[in-house]
Design a protein around this ligand. Sequence first.
Ligand code: FE2
Length: 238
Amino acid sequence: MSSGSELARKVVQDVSSDDLDKWVRSSTLTNEIEESIRGHIHQELTSWMFFRKLAADCFRTNIALHGYGMLWERCAQECLIDMHWLEKYLIARGGRCKPTAIEATQVEWPDNPIEPLGPCMEAFRVQKKLIDDIMRLIALADKCEDASLSDALQTRFLRKHTRQVKNMGDLLQQTARVSKQPGVGLYHLDKELRSHKGIIPWTSTNDPDCQDKGTEEVTSLISEGLVLQGQNSQHGRK
Ligand SMILES: [Fe+2]
């Protein structure tokens, strides 16, 4: 056998017997980081189940708060999307998925009487825990100089979760306000959520990026107006 084919066989042997995940993996992705990413995946899944439970409670006939139900369904969906994204990211970096058991939530939406504040406070805590964990992961990524993870988390998660915490805080405040007189206020708040298909209606008001877009639009309209005005006065002079 020629030395060329022997060399080719050796290369095939070397590649087949090696751990290719290690080839993909950068040295900055430490075991601690990998474990922490899996920890966040677990937290997203636990939060997913919590929001699913709140949604299911709100759709019960005894409660019939469909607007809140739609909102919790959206929150659950967000958790699932984030979990899926992070799992893909972990694999893309040469990590490994190790699913853990999801602990069931003990939270129930009280139906006699209907009391929305307790579950809303819990929803706020769940969102807050998610962003705290993201911040902890970013700090760990920075400590280990894993720029890729730090960037991915900041770009993909940080802004979104900051918005979600603020929106949830506002919902908690409004729910507390309408709960001072049970009944009609809650009906109207739920109706508002329902008419927006479960999207919190003040989301864009809280979003700094949307404010910038609004200002840009107004500025460009003013500039366009000034240009048009200038053109008209030039035409007038002719
Ligand atoms: Fe998330």
